[in-house]
Design a protein around this ligand. Structure first.
Ligand code: WT7
Length: 655
């Protein structure tokens, strides 16, 4: 989610307050058998394109490419002339290699005991049937298909069926409203919606179909709505509606996968960003699959024969597209998919799932980790999680204390934690430790992966030296990069390629420490300017979370007559910590000691919850409204808008 115009407060370089000295060496057994060693950095540095060619060779191509990269800045084409079928790579080729009985997905519904096991042979049959069904509905190569579904096996099946026939899917997260769904259907000019009656959420069926009915009421381009029966709840059946079980189940179980061009579109995924209408991020076929498959193999050290991999994201976000569907399946992995929330029917559900399926690799988000910290250490301690060997984090900067908690309470101080930086736009992981190579620092994404050329630059676009801070940029094209914004090349150029000449600007601040390792500092518009110093919200939040009583913190800069901006903090206490009279003073002193007096918050408010987007990111903009005593801006992307009332009650001066 890059911004249209970076905030002017980031004109100077970011100050560099945090000092972190802890290091975690890779476990020796993991390092000695790692899929990727330190040589990969060297090889990619010597010949970057040859490196990505070797990564592409891990896939099965119907026709080999003739040009690896065609770069007409800022438009790239990868593996030009090559042809492949993504669904064939993710499914059929594993069956043909004799691995049809291998489990592709252990699916765990939210209601306990509601499970399905899907092997690669099952997946091949189901994808073939779904592809035949789409063709019967008149869906052709290049057509757009909107997908609005709960986390059920038909969701990855629907995506693979689209990929198989070359239709472009556009997944809209199941928590979005009818108007959000409609605007995305309209922007992509979709002709089919795939949905379900509902899904399970927090112990009860939650309807989806009525939202689709409302969204498509005024979408004449939608020819059909294909509906999976998941919950069995009552739904209106309209003229355009077709039941999945009526149509898909009777289809032939074979479908010939035609090869598609490496640059044929694979999907559109909308990202809301901070301003303006959502951007339809366009990803294509060959380069995308190459990078997601290679990074999944490298960053998680995936051993398809023995690992059980679980990414807890929703497939509605890019994390789910790249690291539940395309990357893991291309690698022939066995994955877990969980339908519901982590607290249903109890707060140990995630750990119960890890224990049940003997999960070896877990990939989740800082927001979830901080929630588990808040719930208390005793909950994960009840489960046997000795199967785990690699832990991953994505979505926001991970506070060092949350990282250390994750390592200790989930990973038994044994599993490396990989903090992976990337975006919807990058398609795949860009900056991350390698679990068998990197001596990781808690809270740092460390180094660009082999084949990725990222840098930290100052306002003029000059590289900052070690110890400096500024803007993250990517200097060279990468295979899974977005190709454009759907239907709006100019906006693609303006948003990502105009801030710095010839460089991709993701919209994040970063610093490079004395060793040259990278620390991501969140969106540049979240940076504060206090008495002439640029201070990142991430660093103050991490300082607060390093206090034993704090589980989660959000920091904003509020206008202040004396200092320009003053730091206002909202904190959630850890399970068991008492809210005492002098907690604010104690925390202010702690921040002053950790980061220096300049970073001491003017105000600290203990709150029960923080406002988050549906993908789990803290919405600092709303907290700034509260801190500056304004009425609240747009709250439509909030998961739960009542949270803001709870917070406003805590602030006596707030409206
Ligand atoms: C933004 C992208 C990547 C999939 C999920 C989010 C932030 C993401 C990290 C990380 C610090 C991170 C950035 C980025 N972000 N991962 N490891 N450390 N920040 O995809 O919704 O497109 O969001 O999330 O600010 O720009 P997205």
């Amino acid at each position: 989610m890059a911004t249209e115009t970076p905030g002017q407060e980031t004109q100077e370089t970011l100050s560099n307050l945090l000092s972190e000295t802890r290091r975690f060496e890779p476990p020796a057994d993991l390092a000695s058998a790692a899929n990727v060693t330190a040589d990969a950095y060297e090889e990619a540095a010597q010949d970057r394109l040859a490196f990505w060619e070797r990564a592409a060779e891990r896939l099965t191509w119907a026709e080999r490419w003739d040009t690896t990269l065609e770069w007409k800045p800022p438009f790239s084409k990868w593996f030009v002339g090559g042809k492949l079928n993504v669904a064939y790579n993710c499914v059929d080729r594993h069956v043909e290699a004799g691995r049809g009985d291998k489990v592709a997905y252990h699916w765990e519904g939210e209601p306990e005991g509601d499970t399905r096991t899907i092997t690669y042979a099952d997946l091949q049959r189901e994808v073939a049937k779904a592809a035949n069904a789409l063709e019967e509905l008149g869906v052709r190569k290049g057509d757009r298909v909107a997908v609005y579904m709960p986390m059920i096996p038909e969701l990855p099946i629907a995506l693979l069926a689209c990929a198989r026939i070359g239709a472009i899917h556009s997944v809209v997260f199941g928590g979005f409203s009818a108007s959000a769904l409609k605007s995305r259907i309209d922007d992509a000019d979709a002709k089919l919606v795939i949905t379900a009656d509902g899904g399970y959420r927090r112990g009860a069926p939650s309807a989806l179909k009525p939202t689709v009915d409302e969204a498509v009421a005024d979408c004449p381009g939608i020819e059909h709505v294909l509906v999976v029966r998941r919950t069995g709840q009552d739904v209106a059946v309209n003229e355009r509606d077709v039941w999945w079980h009526d149509l898909v189940d009777r289809q032939p179980a074979e479908h010939e996968p035609v090869p598609h061009d490496a640059e044929d579109p694979l999907y559109i995924l909308y990202t809301s960003g901070t301003t303006g209408k959502p951007k339809g991020i366009l990803h294509t076929t060959g380069g995308y699959l190459t990078q997601v498959a290679w990074t999944h193999h490298a960053v998680f050290d995936l051993k398809p024969e023995t690992d059980v991999y679980w990414c807890t994201a929703d497939i509605g976000w890019v994390t789910g597209h790249s690291y539940i569907v395309y990357g893991p399946l291309a690698n022939g992995a066995t994955s877990v998919i969980y339908e519901g929330t982590p607290d249903t029917p109890h707060r140990g559900r995630f750990w119960e799932v890890v224990q049940k399926y003997q999960v070896t690799i877990l990939y989740t988000a800082p927001t979830a980790i901080r929630t588990f910290m808040k719930w208390g250490d005793d909950i994960p301690a009840k489960y046997d999680m000795s199967s785990l060997r690699v832990l991953g984090s994505v979505g926001e900067p991970i506070n060092p204390e949350a990282y250390v908690w994750y390592r200790e309470h989930i990973g038994a101080n044994r599993c490396p934690v990989v903090d992976t930086w990337w975006q919807t736009e990058t398609g795949g992981i860009m900056i991350s430790p390698l679990p068998g190579v990197t001596a990781a620092k808690p809270g740092a994404a460390m180094r660009p992966l082999p084949g990725v050329v990222a840098d930290v630059v100052d306002d003029q676009g000059e590289s900052v030296p070690n110890g400096g801070g500024g803007f993250l940029v990517v200097r060279e094209p990468w295979p899974a990069m977005l190709r454009t914004i759907w239907g709006d090349d100019q906006r693609y150029i303006d948003t990502y390629w105009s801030r710095f000449e010839g460089m991709y600007f993701p919209g994040d601040g970063a610093k490079r420490d004395e060793d040259g390792d990278l620390w991501l500092l969140g969106r540049v518009d979240d940076v504060m300017l206090v008495s002439g110093h640029n201070i990142s919200t991430t660093e103050v939040e991490s300082a607060l979370v390093s206090h034993p009583k704090v589980a989660e913190a959000a920091v904003v800069g509020a206008t202040d007559p004396v200092t320009g901006q003053a730091i206002v903090s909202f904190v959630i206490l850890r399970g068991g910590a008492e809210e005492s009279e002098d907690i604010a003073a104690e925390l202010r002193a702690h921040v002053a000691k950790t980061l220096g007096p300049i970073a001491k918050p003017r105000q600290i408010l203990v709150v029960p919850e923080l406002p988050k987007t549906r993908s789990g990111k803290i919405m600092r903009r709303l907290l700034r409204d509260v801190a500056e005593n304004r009425s609240l801006g747009d709250v439509t992307t909030l998961t739960d808008s009542s949270v803001m009332n709870l917070i406003a009650e805590k602030l006596p001066s707030a409206k």
